[in-house]
Design a protein around this ligand. Structure first.
Ligand code: EPU
Length: 420
């Protein structure tokens, strides 16, 4: 276990380079099971979740080499195992996206219920319901579920909700079998669009990319040499929030502005000194206090739930009441209790709704990371607080942010990783 020690308050100043998207890289690793040649994934973030996803892939009998240069080389030629029961799949929510690729390859998959209940009791109903609609049989015993299918045939699926990973599971499945699948009510997050473009490049025929209805005619002979991961829009947004709220300045790049429209609009509404030039976010020191704002999360293109907690840092710098409505995950406002302990004026109205009454001066505290996104928010709040703060369970932040301590140090933060 490791912890971070942060001594604040420090304005974050300088340029930061954003890594590849966690939530695409995790799916690209699973997709490799349906690619008939050696696959090179580039711009992959060096994060714990990718390492763990790699361990699960390895358990299928595949060869995976995660290199230091953000490349991952995968060969799944000899994969022969579709039972993930004795792996860490039960601890990693993203393990669910192995279901589609394994089912397409072996007509059978066995998985423990995936982890990740801290931010909400996310069910996997949308996934299972979709697999039933393609004719699969599903059985469950002691929280291990088995999915089996006898024959692949044309099918129409309506997803129960616009779930990101359920959409990805079904499109990876449908792209790897030689029948026609129509999928309605798809999620359209940028990582999904890019996954679809790569599946198309590999040989799947896909109509409707970017819309909520996809028609896919797959192929059992998908070939793709290189899969380049797009920029992590959530990491980019997080650093924008960090730099502005710390009173700092600099550049965040690449900044995928076309994927961050709702976020950019909200940032601009606060009066923060923020501009986009080419593919860079340019931040100059903002005059505090900022203007308060209202935020409501929703599926893309609405405001991303993964950027809800970093926005609280700006609310701490705004004069007046900012309203937070989290519609996606029922426990994703829990970090506000900790910010309150650090001195923020926060009213939690119900599980979905809270108000931050700024401006607030934070004091140091001993903190435990709850989940990835609240962990990074609390760490950044610590850089804004006077004095010394310890954040326990650094690994939770390492799950999704590449070399976070090194990136923050380059911006002038006084941060130290303490291994125990
Ligand atoms: N939801 C709705 N309405 C919808 C769609 C979803 O209320 O139309 C709710 C769901 O009930 C659920 C939540 O929103 O509680 C998220 O649902 P989804 O199934 O889309 O989430 P996921 O596929 O399990 C992925 C990301 C999450 C990200 C969400 C939403 C991966 C591995 N995970 O999860 O990432 O928050 O989509 O964008 O891709 C993170 O990176 O920290 C993270 C949790």
């Amino acid at each position: 276990m490791a912890r971070f020690k942060i001594v604040g308050a420090t304005p974050l100043v300088g340029n930061v380079k954003i890594s590849g998207a966690k939530n695409e890289a995790l799916k690209a690793v699973a997709l490799s099971l349906n690619i008939k040649n050696k696959l090179k994934i580039t711009n992959a973030p060096q994060i714990l979740d990718v390492v763990n996803q790699g361990k699960i892939l390895k358990s299928t009998g595949s060869i995976i080499n995660i290199c230091n240069n953000n490349e991952i080389i995968i060969d799944t030629t000899y994969a022969n195992n579709f039972d993930l029961t004795d792996t860490i799949a039960g601890k990693l929510r993203a393990s669910i996206v192995f279901a589609g690729p394994l089912l397409a390859r072996f007509k059978s998959v066995k998985l423990p219920y995936p982890g990740g209940c801290l931010i909400g009791c996310r069910s996997i109903d949308t996934h299972l319901d979709a697999f039933r609609q393609i004719g699969a049989k599903i059985s469950e015993h002691k929280r291990i579920f088995s999915i089996n299918i006898d024959e692949f045939h044309d099918s129409n699926i309506i997803l129960k909700e616009k779930s990101v990973t359920a959409t990805e599971n079904i499109v990876m499945f449908a792209s790897a079998i030689a029948v026609k699948t129509k999928i309605d009510n798809c999620a359209i997050e940028p990582e999904i669009i890019h996954l679809l473009l790569n599946l198309q490049k590999a040989g799947a025929q896909i109509d409707g990319i970017g819309t909520r209805t996809l028609i896919i005619k797959g192929s059992q002979n998908l070939k793709l040499k290189t899969y380049e991961i797009i920029t992590d829009r959530i990491e980019a947004g997080t650093f924008v929030c960090a730099m502005i709220s710390s009173g700092g300045e600099g550049e965040v790049s690449p900044y995928p502005a076309d994927q961050l429209e709702s976020f950019t609009r909200l940032i601009k509404s606060t009066g923060a000194n923020f501009d986009i030039i080419d593919n860079k976010a340019i931040i100059k020191q903002s005059r505090f206090p900022l203007k308060p704002f209202s935020l409501k999360t929703g599926p893309f293109p609405e405001f991303p739930t993964d950027l809800q907690s970093p926005m609280s840092l700006l609310a701490l710098r705004a004069k007046g009441v900012s309203l937070f409505v989290e519609t996606m995950f029922e426990n994703r406002l829990s970090y506000l209790e900790i910010l309150r302990k650090m001195g923020a004026s926060i009213k939690i109205i119900d599980r979905q709704t809270a108000e931050i009454n700024g401006p607030c001066k934070l004091r140091s505290a001993n903190i435990e990371s709850l989940d990835l996104r609240s962990g990074i928010t609390l760490l950044l709040a610590a850089t804004m607080s006077e004095g010394e703060t310890f954040i326990e369970k650094a690994e939770i932040i390492d799950r999704g942010y590449e070399k976070i301590d090194e990136k923050l140090k380059l911006l002038g933060a006084n941060i130290e990783r303490i291994n125990s």
